[in-house]
Design a binder for this molecule. Structure first.
Ligand code: C5P
Length: 225
C-alpha cells in the first residue's frame, strides 16, 4: 500500500467539464487541485510573450524550464501568475489552448513538466485534471475517471460560457477547433489522450455539473468523500 497521499485523476478531452468538476470535487474533499492544462497554457503564453516560434522546439523546451508558474487563490477564483504577471485571462483564450496543444506534443516539454506536476501530490490528497494524469503522471492513483461528452455538446457548453462572458464566436468554428484539438491530443506520439485501463468512464452528455460531481464522489470510499 502506497504511503503517498491519494490522487483522483480526471482526464478527458477539452470541454468535457473536467475543470469545473475537478475544482468542486477537490473543494468537497478538502484536497489540493492541479489544473495541468494551465501549465501547458502558461508555457504557451510565456513563449508568445518571448516571441518564440511554435516550430522552434528547442527554444520551447528552454522556455518550459525557465517559465515560473504560480497558482494563487483569490477568493473564489484561482489566478495564474506566469513569470510574476497575472496571465489568468490570457490563459483561457481559445488561441492559448491551441498553442498549448501544439507545445504539449513536444516530448521534452512534457518531460520538463512531469516532476512539477507530481509535486502537487501532497496531503491530504490531490485532484488532478488533464489528459495523461491517470496514464503517465499518476499511474498509481487509486481513483481514476475519464470524462467525455460528444464534440457537439462540448462546443455548445463552451459557446454558452463565452457568450456569458460577452465573447461572440461562431459555433461551427468552435466545433471545428475542438475537434482539431481532440485529434491532435489523441494522435500525438507521447502521452496521447486516452483513458487509463483502470479509469472509470463517465459520459457527461446531458448531465448537469451536480450530477457529474455526485457520480465522481460516489466512486470514492465514504471515508474520503
Ligand atoms: O485542459 P486544457 O484545455 O487547459 O489543456 C490545454 C492543452 O494542453 C490540451 O489541449 C492538451 O494539448 C494539453 N494538455 C496535455 N496534457 C495535460 C493537460 C493539457 O497535453 N495533462
Amino acid at each position: 500500500m502506497s504511503q503517498l497521499p491519494p490522487v483522483l485523476t480526471i482526464d478527458g478531452p477539452s470541454g468535457a467539464g473536467k475543470g469545473t468538476v475537478s475544482r468542486i470535487v477537490a473543494q468537497r474533499l478538502g484536497w489540493h487541485y492541479l489544473d495541468s492544462g494551465a501549465l501547458y497554457r502558461a508555457v504557451g503564453v510565456a513563449a508568445s510573450w518571448a516571441d518564440i516560434d511554435t516550430s522552434d522546439a528547442s527554444a520551447l523546451v528552454r522556455c518550459t524550464f525557465d517559465t515560473r508558474i504560480r497558482f494563487v487563490e483569490q477568493g473564489e477564483s484561482l489566478r495564474v501568475l506566469v513569470n510574476g504577471s497575472d496571465a489568468t485571462d490570457e490563459l483561457r483564450l481559445e488561441t492559448t489552448g491551441a498553442l498549448a496543444s501544439a507545445i504539449a506534443a513536444i516530448p521534452e516539454v512534457r518531460a520538463a513538466l512531469k516532476e512539477r506536476q507530481r509535486a502537487f501530490r501532497v496531503a491530504p490528497g490531490l485532484v488532478a485534471d488533464g489528459r495523461d494524469m491517470g496514464t503517465v503522471i499518476f499511474p498509481d492513483a487509486p481513483f481514476k475517471v475519464f470524462l467525455t461528452a460528444s464534440a457537439e455538446e462540448r462546443a455548445t457548453r463552451r459557446h454558452k460560457q463565452l457568450k456569458e462572458k460577452g465573447v461572440s464566436v461562431n459555433f461551427d468554428d468552435l466545433l471545428r477547433e475542438i475537434m482539431a484539438r481532440d485529434a491532435r491530443d489523441a494522435q500525438r506520439a507521447v502521452a496521447p489522450l486516452r483513458p487509463a485501463e483502470d479509469a472509470v468512464p463517465i459520459d457527461t452528455s446531458g448531465m448537469g455539473i451536480d450530477q457529474v460531481v455526485a457520480t465522481v464522489l460516489g466512486l470514492l470510499p465514504s471515508q474520503e468523500a
